[in-house]
Ligand binder design. Structure first.
Ligand SMILES: N[C@@H](CCC(=O)N[C@@H](CS)C(=O)NCC(=O)O)C(=O)O
Length: 313
C-alpha cells in the first residue's frame, strides 16, 4: 500500500459500495478501506468531495472520484485487464445504467417492505431505523417510490428477463455472465441490486424461481473484494493533503472555460452540490478543483451523464 493505492470510502451495507468492492476484487487491485457513516453527517467524506454525500467514493491521492459509473472507468484505466468493458459487449454500460437507475429503485422499495426492514435492522435499537428513515426521506424525495405491489411485479419481470438472458445461447454453449462468458460492468451493476435483496432473507424468496440467475449471482459474488486494509479517515485526508492532483483539461466547444466557478450535483437524488473551480471537462467527466482546510487542494471528478454542471459567476 502506498500513496497511490486506491482508497474506497464506503460502508458495509451499501449496494453501490458492494458494486465497487466487487469491481476492485475483479481487477485484483490492492486497496485501502475507509468506513463512512451510512447517514449524514459525513464530515470526513465531505472534506474530500465538498458536498457530494453518496456512497461509495474512490480516492487516489488528491483525486476524488464520485459515482460507480466513473469509478468503473477509473479502475479500468488503472488496470485494463481483466476488462470491465469487453469489446464483445458494447451494451455493457447501457445495461449497467439500467440496473443502477431502474433495477436499483425496484429492489430498494421491494426489500424495504416491513419484513425486509425488520431483517436488515435486526438487533439494532429502534432509534437506528428512525434515524435512517429521517436521513433517506429527503435524500430520495425526488424519486417516485413504487408501491410494494408494483415493485414486486416489476422485480419479477426484471428477474425473468435476466434469467432468460442467462440461457445457453446454443445448446451446450455456456453463458457464464450476462453479456458473454466473461464478466462486464453490467454484471456488477445487476449483482449489487440482487445482493441487497439477499441480505433480507424473509423477502429474498422472490429470487428462488430463477435458478440460472441464482447461480450467476453466486459466481459474481464469489469474485470477492480483493485485498484491502482498513484506513482511518484522517489518514486518507493526510494522503490527499500530501498529494498533487492529476492535471486535467477543459474540452472546447462546450461554452465553458477552465477557471470558471461551478457547482456539480447529481441530477436524480442525493443532489447536494459540490462547488469549485472548473479544471476538467471531457466527454464524460467533469473535474473541479477545491481547497479544503483538512484535505488540501483536491480534484473532485464526476461523470457528466446524470450530473448537472452549473456556472456560479
Ligand atoms: N449513481 C451513484 C449512486 C450511489 C448511491 O445511491 N449510493 C447510496 C448507497 S447504496 C447512497 O449514497 N445512499 C445514501 C448514503 O449512503 O448516504 C453511484 O453509482 O455511485
Amino acid at each position: 500500500m502506498n500513496a497511490t493505492t486506491p482508497v474506497l470510502h464506503h460502508y458495509a451495507t451499501s449496494p453501490f459500495a458492494e458494486k465497487a468492492r466487487l469491481m476492485l476484487g475483479f481487477k485484483g487491485l490492492d486497496w485501502q478501506s475507509v468506513r463512512m457513516p451510512a447517514i449524514m453527517p459525513k464530515p470526513d467524506l465531505l472534506a474530500l468531495t465538498g458536498g457530494y454525500r453518496r456512497a461509495p467514493v474512490l480516492q487516489i491521492g488528491a483525486d476524488v472520484y464520485c459515482d460507480t459509473a466513473l469509478i468503473a472507468r477509473v479502475l479500468e484505466a488503472l488496470r485494463p485487464g481483466p476488462t470491465l468493458f469487453p469489446a464483445s459487449a458494447p451494451l455493457a454500460p447501457v445495461l449497467a445504467q439500467w440496473a443502477d437507475s431502474t433495477l436499483f429503485w425496484i429492489a430498494i422499495p421491494y426489500t424495504m417492505q416491513p419484513a425486509g426492514i425488520a431483517a436488515l435492522f435486526a438487533g439494532q435499537p429502534p432509534e437506528a431505523l428512525q434515524a435512517f428513515a429521517a436521513d433517506r426521506k429527503p435524500f430520495s424525495a425526488s424519486v417516485r417510490r413504487l408501491p410494494l405491489a408494483e415493485a414486486t411485479l416489476q422485480l419479477q419481470a426484471a428477474l425473468a428477463t435476466l434469467e432468460a438472458q442467462l440461457a445457453e445461447p446454443q445448446p451446450g454453449q455456456r453463458r457464464g455472465y450476462l453479456l458473454g462468458d466473461e464478466p462486464s460492468v453490467a454484471d456488477f451493476s445487476v449483482a449489487h441490486c440482487l445482493w441487497f435483496i439477499r441480505r433480507a432473507p424473509p423477502v429474498a424468496g422472490v429470487l428462488a424461481p430463477y435458478a440460472r440467475l441464482g447461480a450467476w449471482l453466486d459466481r459474481v459474488l464469489a469474485i470477492g473484494h480483493g485485498r484491502s486494509q482498513p484506513l482511518p479517515a484522517d489518514e486518507a485526508l493526510a494522503i490527499a493533503r500530501a498529494a498533487v492532483p492529476q492535471a486535467a483539461d477543459v474540452m472546447s466547444g462546450q461554452g465553458l472555460a477552465a477557471g470558471q466557478r461551478v457547482s456539480v450535483a447529481a441530477a436524480d437524488y442525493g443532489t447536494e452540490p459540490s462547488a469549485g473551480t472548473l479544471v476538467g471537462l471531457g466527454e464524460d467527466e467533469i473535474v473541479i478543483r477545491r481547497e479544503d482546510a483538512r484535505a488540501g487542494t483536491v480534484h473532485v471528478h464526476f461523470p457528466r451523464r446524470g450530473y448537472q454542471l452549473r456556472t456560479e459567476d
